[in-house]
Design a protein around this ligand. Sequence first.
Ligand SMILES: Nc1ncnc2c1ncn2[C@@H]1O[C@H](COP(=O)(O)OP(=O)(O)OP(=O)(O)O)[C@@H](O)[C@H]1O
Ligand SMILES: O=C(O)c1ccc[n+]([C@@H]2O[C@H](COP(=O)([O-])O)[C@@H](O)[C@H]2O)c1
Length: 255
Amino acid sequence: MREETLASESSAPASRPGRCEVQPAQAVSRPGEVASRRSPVVSEGLDNLGADGAPARLGIMGGTFDPIHIGHLACAEQVREAYGLDAVVFIPAGSPVFKRDRDVTPADDRLAMCRLATESNPAFDVSAMEIKRGGDTYTVDTLRELRAHYPDNVELVFITGADAVAKIFRWHESEAVAGLARFVAVTRPGYTLNDEMRATFEKSPFTVDFLEVTGLSVSSSDLRRRVSEGKSIRYLTMSRVRDYVCEHGLYRKER
Ligand SMILES: Nc1ncnc2c1ncn2[C@@H]1O[C@H](COP(=O)(O)OP(=O)(O)OP(=O)(O)O)[C@@H](O)[C@H]1O
Ligand SMILES: O=C(O)c1ccc[n+]([C@@H]2O[C@H](COP(=O)([O-])O)[C@@H](O)[C@H]2O)c1
């Protein structure tokens, strides 16, 4: 289910000797293969979803993933289970529009960490489509691309946390977004999903279900802060992501 490696990944920082064990992004293609192979739209593993005409459900986990952590992974898995999703695709935003007020780690690193974090789950995959598109990342463009690619028997289910869903009316072309997917908003410690919000969504063009998931009070900001303070992030993300952060010297300075 792995996608081809972005050309720019080859410029990722070289591994350094030391106590970190490097887990580089995997290069799937061999020299000469790339030119003859069509670039996937979503990912190699998921491009043919629904091609047999059978109903299928694709979960879409969008995020900045700077870095990906257990909160993202557990909520994607619990939505997959609750909604009988055939797969969940993690789509790291190339240039997240609501995070313009801070430096975001290069997309290739965030993509590589998503791949490392998801590789042990056969129902999880990662797409570089938002990174490849370039420019500001808008979900409306991603959902239009997905809708144009997949046949009608593939249902799109966009997964958001309680914090992200609260801002959905401010998303670019939000009315169009509403018509392109069903949304599942998951609970997140410190954020509210209540009846008032439910009523607001019911009066809107959005279809939003609420799902209670295991409360994990973990955030990418907290992981970044912990690394910058020299503290451990063990168990807050997959060990291969922790190794990548260490080996590539990410988050050492607080931003
Ligand atoms: N602990 C969590 N529980 C449930 N949902 C989460 C959790 N962490 C993130 N999410 C959801 O995952 C999606 C992507 O989140 P994002 O990559 O911005 O992570 P973050 O931890 O919120 O990052 P940051 O702390 O940098 O703002 C969003 O929809 C967000 O609401
Ligand atoms: O399309 C938009 O205008 C838009 C604005 C803010 C966030 N989003 C999407 O919402 C998802 C969660 O975003 P974030 O900033 O919490 O990582 C991610 O897929 C973003 O691309 C989308």
